[in-house]
Design a protein around this ligand. Sequence first.
Ligand SMILES: Cc1ncc(C[n+]2csc(CCOP(=O)(O)OP(=O)(O)O)c2C)c(N)n1
Ligand SMILES: [Mg+2]
Length: 364
Amino acid sequence: MSQVRQTPPNHTNSKGLGAEEHAERFTNLIHSEPTNLDRDSGLELFRDMTLGRRFEDKCAEMYYRGKMFGFVHLYNGQEAVSSGVIGAMRKKHDWFCSTYRDHVHALSAGVPAREVMSELFGKETGCSKGRGGSMHLFSKEHHLLGGYAFIGEGIPVALGSAFTSRYKREVLNETNSDSVTAAFFGDGTCNNGQFFECLNMAQLWKLPIIFVVENNKWAIGMAHDRATSDPEIWRKAEAFGMKGEEVNGMNVLSVRAATQRALNRARAGEGPTLLECLTYRYRGHSLADPDELRAKEEKEFWAQKDPLKQLEKDLISNSITSESELRTIEKEIDKEVIDSVDFAINAAEPSSEELTKYIWAEDV
Ligand SMILES: Cc1ncc(C[n+]2csc(CCOP(=O)(O)OP(=O)(O)O)c2C)c(N)n1
Ligand SMILES: [Mg+2]
């Protein structure tokens, strides 16, 4: 008997939207871009996004050459979200919580490339002392609350961090406690219970948190519009009386501007925001995924929206920099990435007698 894969007849989402929905929503957003940008911030954003892109290209190379092991989920294509959100926040003051796609969030938060690369090689010099690996990057120093392999697991952790900020200010009278927490997660995660539970609590308690959905259309091989009753995730905020925004996630300036609005609300005690950033991942779900499910036309559409090229265009057309200056920055970043690999390869592995060290807080 032949096996036939059939789509259930009643899977259509409430909007009746189909496969092109993601691209259509994105196209409708493109025309409302903010412009104001100073030279220092513009170049910093370019550096951060370039580091994210080139660091991960090097990860892919190391993995396919058999030098890096385990599951490795890359972020190529989504850099504008990490740089836009984290770039608008205060380093070592605000807090960040990631997913298994966490390398670029860690870099944007300021974790040195050497420490991130070392972690991917399982070395003692890694930000999680080589005990975590790709999906479990942590840094107390850089306020990175972790990468999480289980989807949605970071959302309640981020909620706790936002609660702490408010509790310190209002109960412990620490008047300078105005930190905001950003929780990053994907479209596929928005059908999980933690998402709804945490949105409810965050709004009820007016917590200083930004829920950042990186809607890249896919949850492994499941298209978003096939898996959710209402594909417009930002609208789900409304059910909780929360502010929700749909954002061009391929434009770092749009992401940064939306984050600034959310930060202002959070620091003013007005509570959380749900940002749905429309974006796309340029590689398969993980480096073990041959990426055969997504249509060629779809990949081409998003390849033309490359967030790095978009920023480059904005920087040059606003006379903020020149092409040659950007090429020089890329060369500097390449050196930093190569240095991180050399450092990681030559670093020591954790001693086998100490493999259980750092499980408890007193070891840290
Ligand atoms: C609780 C839980 N259920 C299922 C999985 C298996 N799983 C791994 S990744 C993934 C898809 C997540 O998609 P999305 O949230 O859109 O993130 P993306 O990979 O697109 O960044 C699923 C279901 C998991 N890791 N955790
Ligand atoms: Mg996704």
